[in-house]
Design a binder for this molecule. Structure first.
Ligand SMILES: O=C(O)C1=C[C@@H](OP(=O)(O)O)[C@@H](O)[C@H](O)C1
Ligand SMILES: C=C(OP(=O)(O)O)C(=O)O
Length: 445
C-alpha cells in the first residue's frame, strides 16, 4: 500500500491480487474493431425474470463474469436450474426454496435484486458478500420489503441497513403499495419491480426522497418486464405500478455492454485514430446510449455505420461540464478523459457514486492526484483541472471501473501500473487481452 486510500481494500473471493499490471501506452493512432460481451445489467435482469417465469428460457449473448456467475449460483441456491454453455444460458424455474445462502460478492444487482425473490421462497435466505459489499447501502430496499410484510433481520435480530441479513421467505408476498427512498441507488426500485408481478396484489412503488439516479436502468427494468408480458404503469413520475400476473418465459438476446465499451472507445480520444464497437443497438435503455454525445463534447467525432459505433479522436481532449446522474456508471471513463483534457471539467449529479463498488468520488480524486493531476471532490461530484500527469500505481479498490480508468490514463502517461487489474473480472474478465488487441490494431499496422 503506497498512500492513503478511500476504503480499506479487502480481498475478494474471486482472486488474490496480481502484481500491478503495466498499462500499455499507445504508440500511434488506433484503427481497431472491438467486440464487447453482453451487458451485466441486462444479463442479470433476464436471469431474474427467467427464474420467476412460467417456463424455461434461453439467454443468448449472456455475459460470463463474476457478477453474472454469482447471480446464476444464487438462483441455483434458491432452486432454479441455470445451465451455462458459453454465452448461451438456459434457465429452468423451480419451486423457490429456503433455507439458502447467497453470496452477493460485490454485485449491486445480486444484493438488491434477490431479496424480493427470496421473499417468495419457502424458508429463510441469508445474504452476505465481500467485505466491500457490507458497506454498500441496502436499507431502503429492505425497509420496502419489510413494509410489504416480509421479515428481514440482521444477525442480531435488528433491522438491517447493510449485508449480512436474512429474508424470511414465506412462500409468497401479499404486495401492494410501498414508498422507497431510492436516492442512493436506482437498484432499490428495480429490485422490487422485478419480482412485483409475482406478489399477490402486485406492487405500487413510489420513490420518495431527493433526485433518483440512473433512470435509464429503471427504464431498462420496466422494458424487460413488459417484454415478459408484465403490465407496468410508469405514467406518473417516480411511481411504478406492476400488475400481478405471470412472467412469460422467452428466449432473448443480450445487447453488448455499452458501459464496458466506453473505455475502448475512449482510447480513440486519447491515442487518436478510430475505434469501432459492433452490435451497438439502434435503441437501448443502457446508459451507454449517452456515449456518443458525451464523447463529442470531449472532442471526438462519432458515427453509426450499420450496427457499428465508430469513435474518432485526434489525441486532443476538451474538458466538459456535465450532469452524469443518469449514467453514473460512465463516470470513471469520463473522469479519465477529463484528467487528460486541455480545459477544466466538472462532473455533477453523482453523489450516489460514494455507495458504488468503492467510494468512487474519493477513489477518482485520490488516483488522479496520485499521478500529479488536479482533482477535487465536490458535494455531488468532481472538478478536474488540466495537469501533466506522471507514472505511478493506480489503486483499484476492487472496482472494475477504477482498473479501466487506470488503463485509459496509461495510454498517454508512461509508467502507469494498475494494481489488481483482475478486478475487471466483475464484468469483463477478458479486459487486458482485449485492451492489448485493440492497441495492436493501429492506423499504421
Ligand atoms: O440496475 C443496474 O443494473 C444498475 C444500476 C446503476 O446503479 P445505481 O443506481 O446504484 O448507480 C448502475 O450504476 C449499476 O452499475 C447497474
Ligand atoms: C455500480 C456498478 O455496479 P453494481 O451493479 O455492483 O452496482 C458498476 O458496474 O459501475
Amino acid at each position: 500500500m503506497t498512500t492513503s486510500t478511500p476504503n480499506t481494500p479487502v480481498p475478494d473471493a474471486a482472486s488474490a491480487p496480481d502484481p500491478a499490471w503495466a498499462a500499455p501506452t499507445a504508440a500511434s493512432p488506433l484503427d481497431a474493431a472491438v467486440e464487447v460481451p453482453g451487458s451485466k445489467s441486462l444479463t442479470n435482469r433476464y436471469l431474474v425474470l427467467a427464474a420467476l417465469a412460467n417456463g424455461p428460457s434461453e439467454l443468448r449473448g449472456a455475459l460470463s463474469s463474476r457478477d453474472t456467475l454469482l447471480m446464476a449460483e444464487a438462483l441455483r441456491q434458491l432452486g432454479v436450474g441455470v445451465e451455462v454453455d458459453g454465452t448461451t444460458w438456459r434457465v429452468t424455474p423451480g419451486e423457490l426454496r429456503g433455507p439458502a445462502s447467497i453470496d452477493c460478492g460485490l454485485a449491486g444487482t445480486v444484493m438488491r435484486f434477490l431479496p424480493a425473490v427470496a421473499a417468495l421462497a419457502d424458508g429463510p435466505v441469508r445474504f452476505d458478500g465481500d467485505a466491500g459489499a457490507r458497506v454498500r447501502p441496502m436499507g431502503p430496499v429492505l425497509a420496502g420489503l419489510r413494509n410489504l410484510g416480509v421479515p428481514v433481520t440482521a444477525d442480531d435480530g435488528t433491522e438491517p441497513s447493510t449485508l449480512p441479513f436474512t429474508v424470511e421467505g414465506r412462500g409468497g408476498v401479499v404486495g401492494g403499495a410501498v414508498d422507497v427512498d431510492a436516492s442512493a441507488s436506482s437498484q432499490f426500485v428495480s429490485g422490487l419491480l422485478l419480482a412485483g408481478a409475482r406478489f399477490d396484489r402486485g406492487l405500487r412503488l413510489r420513490h420518495v426522497g431527493s433526485a433518483l439516479p440512473s433512470l435509464p436502468h429503471i427504464e431498462m427494468t420496466v422494458d424487460v418486464l413488459r417484454g415478459a408480458g408484465v403490465e407496468v404503469d410508469d405514467s406518473t413520475p417516480s411511481t411504478w405500478v406492476v400488475a400481478p400476473g405471470p412472467i412469460v418465459a422467452r428466449d432473448v438476446r443480450v445487447e453488448p455492454d455499452l458501459s464496458n465499451a466506453s473505455p475502448f472507445l475512449a482510447a480513440a480520444l486519447v491515442a487518436g485514430g478510430t475505434v469501432r464497437v459492433s452490435g451497438w443497438p439502434t435503441s437501448t435503455t443502457q446508459p451507454g446510449a449517452l456515449v456518443p454525445e458525451l464523447f463529442e463534447q470531449l472532442g471526438a467525432r462519432t458515427r453509426r455505420v450499420g450496427d457499428v459505433l465508430e469513435v474518432t479522436g485526434t489525441g486532443r481532449i476538451r474538458g466538459l461540464d456535465v450532469d452524469l446522474h443518469a449514467a453514473g456508471e460512465l463516470t470513471p471513463t469520463i473522469a479519465a478523459l477529463a484528467a487528460l483534457a486541455e480545459t477544466p471539467s466538472r462532473l455533477r449529479g453523482i453523489a450516489h457514486l460514494r455507495g458504488h463498488e468503492t467510494d468512487r468520488l474519493a477513489a477518482l480524486v485520490c488516483e488522479i492526484n496520485r499521478l500529479g493531476g488536479r482533482a477535487t471532490e465536490t458535494e455531488d461530484g468532481l472538478t478536474i483541472e488540466p495537469a501533466t500527469l506522471h507514472g505511478g500505481t493506480v489503486e483499484t479498490y476492487h472496482d472494475h471501473r477504477m482498473a479501466t480508468f487506470g488503463a485509459i490514463l496509461g495510454l498517454r502517461v508512461p509508467g502507469v501500473r494498475v494494481e489488481d487489474v483482475a478486478t475487471t473480472a466483475k464484468t469483463l474478465p477478458d479486459f487486458t487481452r482485449m485492451w492489448g488487441s485493440m492497441l495492436a490494431a493501429t492506423a499504421r499496422g
